[in-house]
Design a protein around this ligand. Structure first.
Ligand code: MN
Length: 746
């Protein structure tokens, strides 16, 4: 519990203010502290009666955000002032005009942007998260500092998330993973990105976070020994050649280790590249490239490099400004080690991102990567018909995608997401070029328009006036821009076809002497699985539905009426969760003003993507059509839902639900021996009295893998079962899965 002590707090505020000035002062130039002091005084005064959830004075927060902005992102005076004042307009009586009068137009505009974003994210009772994010990016084009300060704000909120309610923690952590960490990555703020990811994991999956953190600590001494041995000869040789450098072993973040464990389905012990060795060379700008390659040559003198693992981001930096030389080499003890070679300047950019880049800007030339990135975002925002959700997904895809760099025939550089095709390239140049593209010449060789481009390709697009976009083109492209242009063109074409199809269908019905009315149209749609009349006309116009199809459908329908009734898809019965539980949730719904469509009872549905069972940490999602979907909190779909529709998430607890049974699964790996299967079934059915739903077994040689889906009451059942099975001789590993097709859940 935090106990307020005014005198101590006053000292602490001044201490934190000095820490801010120190962080700022690491830069060389002379600082004028007058305006920063003024902002500080104003913020202290404005927030003087406010406290954070933890009980601490509110002013700690803007002070810490300003310190991150100065020290960890490397921004200057204007940004520090804005960070100090970022919550003032939102939370106190001061207005934007006050800010303008006291601190000038630039500061006022940035604070205005921050206030708007805050409104979007903190009071999201009306609009969905996706739309908020879109709006946020719109403000981004005004001044990129808005987004950088917002990231600092989010980072400090994540660092202090402990005092929030659990529900709030999950919402904020999900948003962070879904939006803010990728954004930080995209801006080249690697250190902030990793910290955001780790903190999010800490709150969404505390057990996993803690277990990895513990294991990292336990193995730390061993790792240090290994690294020292590995770098010893390199160090000696670098010194002998007169290089000035630092060489360190860098641990991977907990989050990225966890990602790797999941992707490769291996335990912690089998994630070998838990660290990378980094060589940071101190040299002049002119000598950078030469000395980095010199170091590369020394490293590979001692250790042989892995084929195809050399990444040269020095000759062509990533679009977010990242420069480095990466290689993976074989150590003498048979372990692969990633070695990163870069200069001090490159390292600072990699850690702090663009703000650091700006400092060196006068030394580089041409359009900066940041401008290019901002332009790309503007382009995306202006793309036609992007509804907010589709936009968010596509944008996210673009954020995560790695990039390739290709050239126009004139040698102009274009940056595209990897897996882009010739058609993406065409749309990147102009929508008309895309719409009329029939193929391309890649490095002077003729290729089809779905040819996937590689970095370094030179691409020339071939067009024809007769060409127009086709349905399958959607599958040929990966960029959001190309997709939305193609969709638009197809929609236009569709409109034209609709009228043609309607006339044609009228004629067909007339030939068959059937009335063309609502009923007959619906019937025809139903047996061809078409959802709208427009689509029906379209398919008729394209001759996909003709006389024969209509005849078949009308006849079949007559005799199969009763059959429809019994072949209806199986409806899942709802789990038996008692009403006491329902009452609590209903109260939450009322608080959030979400209707349950007048139903007296709320219907629970267990999501089959993650198959939660009592004992799991879960959330409830209320879709607009009523009912509540229950997901595990670590389910990827739940994370998406939480970040997109934070206001539709309700807290669920399982109290009393163990009366029912729930589908879950386990997978076991072991060595086949006589009677083993028998023993497994015996434990499940006879000893623990659980019902098996399905049992799949795969064996290669002596090794077998069994996947068992079964009905359990709670995680207790499952844990008991797994402990028992682990004791069986021959079984090597047992883990939980959610679905038959799943990778391990935990
Ligand atoms: Mn804030």
């Amino acid at each position: 519990m935090y106990v307020a002590n005014p005198e101590q707090e006053r000292k602490e505020i001044l201490k934190r203010y000095r820490a801010l000035l120190n962080a700022w002062n690491t830069g060389a130039e002379m600082k004028n502290k007058r305006m920063v002091r003024k902002a500080f005084n104003l913020a202290v005064n404005a927030h003087k009666d406010m406290r954070r959830k933890s009980g601490e004075p509110y002013i700690y927060h803007p002070l810490e955000v300003a310190r991150i902005v100065a020290g960890e992102i490397g921004l200057g005076e204007t940004s520090i002032i804005c960070a100090l004042l970022h919550d003032v307009v939102e939370d106190t009586d001061y207005t934007i005009d006050d800010m303008r009068r006291m601190f000038g137009d630039k500061v006022a505009r940035i604070i205005d942007g921050l206030t708007k974003i805050k409104e979007l994210f903190d009071h999201n009772t009306t609009s969905a998260q996706a739309e908020n994010f879109r709006k946020m990016l719109l403000t981004l084009s005004d001044d990129v500092r808005v987004i950088l300060i917002k990231l600092a704000d989010r980072l400090h909120n994540m660092r202090t998330l402990g005092s929030m309610t659990h529900e709030k923690q999950l919402k904020i952590a999900s948003e962070t993973i879904y939006l803010f960490a990728p954004l930080a990555h995209r801006l080249g703020l690697y250190a902030i990105k990793s910290e955001l990811e780790d903190l999010a994991l800490k709150y969404t999956e505390p057990e996993i976070y803690n277990s990895i953190a513990r294991k990292l600590e336990e193995t730390s001494a061993e790792r240090t020994k290994f690294i020292n041995k590995f770098i010893y000869p390199i160090k000696k040789a670098l010194l002998a050649q007169g290089l000035v450098f630092d060489i360190i072993g860098r641990e991977k973040s907990i989050y990225s280790i966890w990602q790797k464990m999941k992707a490769k389905q291996v335990p912690f012990e089998e994630v070998f590249d838990i660290f990378a060795v980094r060589i940071i060379i101190d040299t002049s700008y002119e000598n950078e490239k030469y000395q980095c390659w010199q170091a590369y040559s020394i490293v590979t003198d001692f250790y042989s490099p892995k084929q195809n693992r050399l990444r040269d981001w020095i000759s062509t930096p990533k679009a977010n400004g990242y420069e480095s030389l990466h290689t993976t080499v074989m150590s003498h003890s048979g372990q692969w080690v990633e070695v990163q070679i870069r200069t001090k300047r490159m390292n600072e950019i990699a850690e702090k991102g663009y703000a650091a880049h700006w400092k060196y800007k006068e030394k580089t030339s041409g359009e900066s990567g940041l401008d290019r990135w901002l332009n790309k975002i503007k382009e995306l925002l202006q793309s036609p018909d992007s509804n907010a959700l589709a936009f968010l997904d596509e944008f996210k895809l673009n954020l995560f995608a790695d990039e390739i760099i290709v050239f126009t025939p004139k040698g102009e550089v274009k940056t595209l997401p990897s897996n882009s095709t010739a058609l993406d390239f065409a749309y990147n140049i102009h929508s008309e070029i895309g719409n009329h593209c029939i193929g391309a010449k890649v490095n002077h060789k003729l290729v089809p328009l779905n040819n996937v481009l590689k970095s370094g390709d030179q691409v020339e697009i071939i067009t024809s006036k007769k060409q127009s976009p086709r349905e399958e083109w959607i599958n040929y492209v990966v960029t959001a821009r190309a997709k939305s242009f193609i969709k638009d063109a197809l929609k236009e074409q569709r409109k034209k076809f609709t009228e043609e199809g309607r006339v044609k269908l009228e004629d067909l019905f007339r030939q068959l002497k059937i009335d063309m009315n609502r009923n007959s149209l619906l019937r025809l749609q139903e047996c061809n699985h078409i959802s709208s009349t427009i689509d029906l006309y379209y398919r008729v116009a394209k001759d996909e539905i003709g006389l024969k199809e209509i005849k078949d459908c009308m006849q079949q329908h007559d005799k199969s009426g009763w059959l429809n009734l019994i072949t209806r898809p199986f409806v899942r019965s709802k789990p038996s969760i008692p009403h006491k539980f329902a009452e609590e949730v209903k109260q939450q719904l009322i608080n959030k003003e979400i209707s349950t469509n007048g139903n007296a009872e709320v219907e629970y549905r267990i999501s089959d993507c993650c198959n939660p069972i009592p004992g799991d940490e879960v959330i409830g999602f209320v879709p607009p059509d009523g009912g509540i979907w229950i997901h595990r909190t670590n389910c990827p779909e739940a994370i998406q839902l939480m970040s997109k529709y934070g206001n539709r998430i309700v807290k669920i607890n399982w109290e009393g639900a163990e009366a029912g049974t729930f589908l879950s699964g386990i997978r076991l790996v072991g060595f086949d021996n006589m009677g083993l299967l028998n023993e497994i079934v015996n434990i499940i059915s006879s000893q623990l009295n659980l019902n098996i739903r399905s049992f799949h077994i795969d064996s290669t040689g002596d090794v077998f893998e069994a996947t068992i889906m079964l009905l359990v009451h709670s995680t207790d059942d499952l844990n008991k079962l797994m402990t028992q099975l682990k004791k069986v001789k021959g079984i090597n590993n047992v883990y939980r899965i959610s679905r038959l097709a799943d990778t391990p859940a935990r």
